[in-house]
Structures are given as structure tokens and as C-alpha cells.
Design a protein. Structure first.
Length: 117
């Protein structure tokens, strides 16, 4: 199964609150059937980190560096409030231009059909 693991998307979650924690819960339910590996979470704005701080990689000011360092394939935007002036749209655009896929939380969950089985 080592080959299958190499094909999984490496996912970084922008946000670290309760919405972002739903991805970690999904990964726990799916186990090895998941089509992704969770690299970690990135703090955004004044959001409070979830319960598990071990996967907290930093804050959104270093987003592009974190994407490069952890070889991220996809960023999932799990930030609840995008209007507070802390949403890093320019940093997300930089990552997108470098080839990193950007999806919102609902789109991410729609793509994981095993979630409903």
C-alpha cells in the first residue's frame, strides 16, 4: 500500500477552529480509505486553535513557505470569517499561481464520497 499513499493529496487547512477540525474528524473516520493526507493547520487572523495543537504549523503570514516546506498539493479554506481583514487572499493567490489547488470546505467534503458511507 506504500504506492497508494504516495498518490494521496497532501492537504493543508487554512484555519484551525471547529470547521477545520471537521477535516481531521473525517480523516479519522475514513482511515486508510481517505484520498488525502492532512499535513496540518495554519492559524488565520484572531481565530483560536482547536484542541489538537500538534498539527498547527504556523500562521497565514508564512503560507507560501509552509506550502513549499511541506510539499502541499491543496489548501482547504476552513476559515469561518473571511471579512475581518485577516484573510490572506494575496498569499492564497501566490500559492495558486505556483500550482497549489485551493478549495473551500464544502467543496472538499463533497469530493470525499466515502464520508457518507
Amino acid at each position: 500500500m506504500v504506492g497508494y499513499e504516495a498518490l494521496k493529496r497532501r492537504v493543508l487547512v487554512l484555519g484551525s477552529g471547529s470547521r477545520a477540525a471537521e477535516i481531521e474528524a473525517l480523516l479519522s473516520r475514513l482511515g486508510s480509505r481517505a484520498g488525502f493526507n492532512l499535513v496540518g493547520f495554519v492559524l488565520c487572523g484572531d481565530e483560536q486553535p482547536g484542541r489538537d495543537r500538534s498539527k498547527l504549523l504556523g500562521d497565514c503570514t508564512a503560507l507560501r513557505a509552509l506550502v513549499e516546506q511541506h510539499r502541499v498539493d491543496e489548501i482547504v479554506v476552513g476559515v469561518r470569517d473571511r471579512r475581518n481583514g485577516h484573510f490572506p487572499i494575496s498569499k492564497l493567490l501566490e500559492c495558486k499561481l505556483e500550482g497549489t489547488s485551493i478549495v473551500d470546505l464544502p467543496t472538499f467534503f463533497e469530493r470525499e464520497p466515502a464520508m457518507f458511507s
